[in-house]
Design a protein around this ligand. Structure first.
Ligand code: OAD
Length: 237
């Protein structure tokens, strides 16, 4: 591969799998225990808020007991060292994950396109707040006092966050890397095609071949905790 300058990295559930957070579509994956339309849509929340809030309360509590793994830590190192190593190049980590393991691993430039477990959004005043506790008991919004808080998660049928920023970053990048994502959910699954059209180099790091593999110039297979640190080491060498 040619030496890149600006790098956009897309991560998915596979990067957090070895930290003990279930992926969505693998064996034992989340949607097997809960039908997606029962928990991850605005309709589901309107129909049965208690089920949805209980599900997300459980997830919010669980992620706080998990730790970043070697893959999160390697990406954070790349994020911190790349500018000096590349003469001013930039790294943007675009994650579909709603956990905070990239940040706890030390990464600075992280964009959560599908929202965050540790954030809530008030349906009454539109404010967002950092939140580590439960929502099931319908606590008041710290800003307006209304009991209208919902998980700050992008549900099916809603538009992911900061799409303009992501496409701008892709337009300015030389390399697009996808890590631990099945390529099943759009618009993230389409980033590789945009990257190809824009002339970026493309690399996939995943446990197994994914639905999007054919679009990548190179795919490396293996557990993220092994292949991500190896790739970062190669780049920083
Ligand atoms: P998926 O569960 O669809 O895919 C996880 C991918 O990670 C699969 O391709 C696995 O092979 C791979 N994988 C599993 N363990 C791995 C490991 N140890 N190392 C490397 N790769 C591994 O998860 P996503 O693609 O992230 O959206 O799912 C995308 C979106 O679907 C999620 O963000 C979520 C869901 O609906 C929302 O919540 C809005």
């Amino acid at each position: 591969m040619r030496r890149p300058r600006n790098i956009v990295i897309l991560t998915g559930a596979g990067i957090s799998a070895e930290s003990g957070i279930d992926t969505f579509r693998g064996a034992g994956g989340l949607w097997e225990n809960h039908r997606v339309e029962d928990v991850a849509t605005p309709d589901a929340f309107a129909r049965d808020p208690e089920l949805v809030l209980r599900f997300y309360d459980m997830r919010r509590e669980a992620i706080q007991t998990r730790e970043p793994n070697a893959a999160h830590i390697a990406l954070a190192r790349l994020d911190r060292e790349w500018a000096a190593r590349s003469g001013g190049g930039e790294v943007l980590i675009v994650t579909q994950n709603v956990d905070d393991l990239h940040e706890r691993g030390g990464a600075l430039n992280v964009l959560h396109m599908h929202g965050e477990h540790l954030s809530v959004w008030c349906g009454a005043c539109d404010e967002r707040h950092r939140w580590v506790g439960a929502l099931l008991h319908r606590p008041p919004c710290p800003a307006c006092g209304e009991a209208a808080l919902r998980p700050d998660i992008v549900w099916f049928g809603e538009v992911p966050y900061r799409m303009d920023d992501i496409y701008q970053a892709l337009a300015a990048a030389d390399l697009f890397v996808s890590i631990g994502t099945s390529g099943a959910v759009y618009p993230a699954a389409g980033f590789v095609r945009t990257a190809r059209e824009l002339g970026l180099q493309t690399l996939e790091l995943n446990l197994e071949r994914s639905q999007g593999s054919a679009w990548f110039e190179e795919t490396r297979l293996g557990p993220a905790t092994q292949i991500v640190p190896e790739w970062v080491e190669e780049l920083l060498r």
